[in-house]
Write a protein of this length. Structure first.
Length: 134
């Protein structure tokens, strides 16, 4: 599908990322899943996606925040929308959102795991329809 929008999933949970990939591919997207922020950063540079789905807690609890900040402060890819999908609130009790914590959480949208498929697709479609590119 040559016109399919590209989504990059950066999540260290292989099973969860694979499940997201299947749902998104079944809805017409081209999807790549990587398991850490280093591979995520490399993928963004080599094959800029139309949307990034980013977990927060990976090797370090702040990996997702750190990568999101790096990407949003890099002029070459700051326009790529980022959807944070994470269980950080459930695991830590810390609640955050782009609206209330915008200077630290630069993501374009945020949703807690587990994500209902309809909600995920709605948010992905909304973000990707206004997506810029690197």
């Amino acid at each position: 599908m040559p016109d399919a929008k590209k989504i990059l999933i950066i999540d260290d949970d292989k099973d969860y990322g694979d499940a997201l990939r299947i749902v998104l591919e079944n809805n017409g997207y081209t999807v790549k899943h990587v398991l850490n922020i280093d591979d995520g950063r490399s993928s963004v540079i080599s094959e800029p996606p139309d949307l990034i789905i980013l977990d927060v807690m990976m090797e370090k609890h702040t990996d997702g925040f750190d990568l999101c900040s790096d990407l949003k402060n890099d002029q070459s890819c700051s326009m790529i929308p980022i959807l944070m999908v994470t269980a950080v609130t459930e695991k830590t009790g810390f609640k955050f959102s782009p609206e209330t914590d915008g200077e630290y959480c630069l993501a374009d949208d945020y949703i807690s795991k587990p994500v209902p498929v309809s909600d995920l697709l709605s948010r992905v479609n909304k973000l990707i329809s206004g997506a810029g590119s690197c």
